[in-house]
Design a protein around this ligand. Structure first.
Ligand code: UDP
Length: 411
């Protein structure tokens, strides 16, 4: 188990003027009442993907409000993450089989983590996703309250894998899912539905002017005199990168000047990333207008922000998606989004009002052309989308929901 050092605590007052006053007061009240409760979040990685993104921002905010929040990540050999990515895919419904040997790797790593935490140091544990989920089975509850936080789309899981997990998921005091549909059949503990959120104060989400964004994007050989569509996502089959290229190619037939950027970080716990990246490169071929970029190309939060701000359209063409922070991130910048009509994306996009929901690459292509040709409509959608995000998907709301849950558990 590794303790993660985050940026300095930041006070809630910095969110005043962004969030509603009623939410502000509610979070302040909860934080005051829960200041003595020691909370530990445990997940797989401190870098890459939505969970790390949330915790990087949530922990400093909680600390800044005087709460005792710690964050630890699993320390494991790469072989463990090969197994857990398979488990992740299985829980999202993929037809995978975990061998006896792989379950042993999974379990022995969870046992190993236990040696490095002292459960009596905390009152509440938040265990994120499947990677560290079996810790509870190895350590016992030890007087603390345990919450399992599932971030993935477990609507139609591979049953054998779900059944393995149910054995100890029901030891938890409570579980959090992003949507009602994701609640695993057979869960018997208290279920809470809490949507993730983005941090409006993060470098990734702070307001960049069009000019600043344009300059940053130009640094990646984007021709700023021509339209640009972008998808920001790990290189993962569920994010349908090949489908995005198909949509782009179909749109380009009508709009030859169109460019595409595919931005993907290599998450520490995602061994599939490099392979999917290679496949995508090969599929994209020699087309100079398709820009495939990663964090290894010096593309970090401010540059992601620039692409989300500058692009004519952001795509999130997932075929399965727990939530998809990238949708809220783009809408927060008033950029219209075309999203796959799956998982947590429809909760963020009002179809035809703040963006479009699509079911295949051709529909996606059609909407790309429509939005690039009708900039004013796209701008209007982006503005409405930003207000939706402000109301529903900003970090203080997420912290409030978790604090309410903690209060319920400890009092
Ligand atoms: N992200 C990033 N750089 C990239 C690709 C993704 O910073 O090259 C971030 C993205 O901005 C978002 C997170 O990684 O904050 C991905 O979260 P999401 O919920 O969309 O998907 P997940 O990876 O958790 O499936």
């Amino acid at each position: 188990m590794n303790a993660v050092k985050t940026q300095r605590g930041i006070g809630l007052e910095h969110y005043q003027g962004i969030i509603d006053d009623s939410l502000f007061d509610e979070v302040v009240g909860l934080a005051r009442r829960l200041k003595d409760v020691r909370v530990c979040h445990i997940n797989a990685t401190s870098y890459g993907g939505g969970v790390a993104e949330i915790l990087q921002k949530e922990i400093p905010l909680a600390k800044g409000m005087g709460l005792q929040f710690d964050w630890k990540t699993v320390s494991a050999e790469p072989g463990f993450f090969d197994v857990t990515k398979k488990i992740h895919n299985g829980l999202q419904g993929a037809d995978v089989k975990i061998s006896e040997r792989e379950w042993q790797i999974y379990q022995s790593c969870n046992i190993d983590q236990v040696k490095r935490i002292n459960p009596s140091d905390y009152d509440v544990f938040f265990i994120h996703d499947p990677q560290p989920a079996e810790i509870i089975g190895c350590i016992g509850k030890n007087g603390a309250k345990w919450v399992w936080r599932c971030h993935i789309d477990t609507d139609e899981p591979n049953r054998a894998i779900a059944d393995y997990f149910l054995k100890f998921l029901n030891l938890y005091d409570a579980s959090i899912f992003t949507m009602k549909d994701y609640v695993l059949k057979g869960m018997k503990n208290d279920i809470f539905i809490i949507e993730p959120a983005i941090d409006p104060l993060a470098i990734k989400n702070r307001c960049l002017s069009h000019k600043e964004a344009e300059e940053l994007v130009r640094g990646f050989h984007i021709d700023t005199s021509r339209p640009l569509v972008t998808q920001v996502s790990r290189f993962d089959p569920w994010k349908d990168p090949i489908g995005v290229v198909d949509a782009y190619r179909a749109a380009k037939k009508e709009m030859p000047e169109l460019q595409l950027a595919m931005i993907g970080s290599m998450a520490d716990d995602d061994p599939e990333g490099q392979e999917i990246y290679n496949q995508l490169k090969e599929y994209a071929g020699e087309n100079q207008d398709i820009h495939i970029l990663t964090n290894h190309d010096a593309l970090h939060d401010i540059e992601v922000n620039a692409f989300q701000t500058y692009s004519d359209v952001i795509i999130q063409k997932s075929v399965k998606e727990g939530f998809g922070l990238t949708v809220s991130e783009a809408l927060w910048k008033e950029t219209p989004v075309i999203g796959g009509n799956v998982g947590g994306i429809p909760t963020q996009i009002q179809d035809g009002k703040t963006g479009f929901l699509v079911n295949n690459s051709l529909e996606c292509a059609e909407k790309i052309v429509y939005l690039v040709k009708n900039k004013k409509i796209g701008e209007k959608m982006g503005k409405l989308g930003k207000e939706d995000v402000r109301k529903k998907f900003l970090l203080p709301r997420l912290l409030r929901d978790e604090l309410k849950l903690i209060e319920k558990l400890v009092h």
